[in-house]
Design a protein around this ligand. Structure first.
Ligand SMILES: O=P(O)(O)O[C@H]1O[C@H](CO)[C@@H](O)[C@H]1O
Ligand SMILES: O=c1cc[nH]c(=O)[nH]1
Length: 242
């Protein structure tokens, strides 16, 4: 049978909540559903891009992986906004720090991102390398974090197309740091913010610093699981305010 809802998501429309939290890793989505949600149903398994819908303090929430990189986030966020009438997507990801100001374990709220990617141009002919989240959603996240007494640093992110670069391409990273004033690097916010803008939806991006280019500190996979807690709980409590 053909599902005319979406090419990459098998969920029924009514099974996806208005609010979606999106980590890159589908197993992180499972961990969040197992730990924080009640009455959970699995809503997507296509390509193992796991998605779950459940209730957090009576609020219906979907948690689904975005995969890694701008094209993957581009596909999933577009289909969720466009085919499932999702109103809010909050990315909850990891990032590398470009500055001493952000140490491992810190939580970041992205206020804008810079990318070398052609995604915005190819998707809508928009000539910009900078995309922004929803101002309103960011305000709600900041207010929620404050109410919870949780530390949150607002910063510009480099939304990179590349994880490991050849030495001769590292000047591009310097541009992101020096010209664009990016303080950390991740790989999806540019597509998410762009899709939200063209579809008139709201998006935001919370990040946990998992490694630092300055101190060379790196967290283990075990540590990362625990460290995500601050970011995840801020996102879940924000959902209650929407
Ligand atoms: O932890 P996630 O959300 O996947 O985020 C970061 O981790 C991946 C790279 O290891 C990229 O997807 C990057 O954006
Ligand atoms: O995209 C990412 C995420 C974490 N650390 C990095 O160096 N890059």
């Amino acid at each position: 049978m053909i599902n005319d809802m979406s090419t990459h998501i098998e969920a029924k429309k009514e099974d996806v909540a208005n609010i979606v939290l999106m980590p890159g890793d589908p197993l992180r989505a499972k961990m969040i559903a197992d730990t924080y949600l009640n009455d959970v149903t699995i809503i997507n398994n296509v390509r193992n891009m796991l998605g779950f819908t459940g209730y957090y303090k009576n609020m219906k929430i979907t948690v689904m992986g975005s995969g890694m990189g701008i094209p993957s986030m581009g596909i999933y966020s577009y289909e969720l906004f466009d085919k499932y009438d999702v109103e809010f997507i909050i990315r909850i990801g990891t990032a590398g720090s470009y500055t001493e100001e952000l140490d491992v374990y810190d939580t970041v709220l992205v206020d804008e991102c810079y990318s070398e990617s052609t995604y915005a141009y190819c998707q809508s002919l928009k000539k910009t390398h900078v995309e922004k989240p929803s101002l309103q959603l960011n305000k709600t996240i900041l207010k929620t974090a404050k109410k919870m007494g949780r530390k949150l640093t607002v910063a510009k992110a480099h939304s990179s197309d590349v994880y490991k670069r050849e030495e001769k391409a590292k000047a591009l990273v310097n541009d992101a740091i020096q010209k664009e004033k990016c303080k950390c690097v991740e790989m999806e916010s540019y597509a998410l913010f762009h899709n939200a803008k063209v579809l008139n939806k709201q998006s935001a991006c919370l990040l946990t610093i998992s490694d630092s280019m300055v101190s060379k500190k790196k967290t283990t996979s075990e540590e990362r699981e625990k460290l995500f807690i601050n970011m995840i709980e801020i996102a879940l409590e924000t959902a209650l305010e929407l």
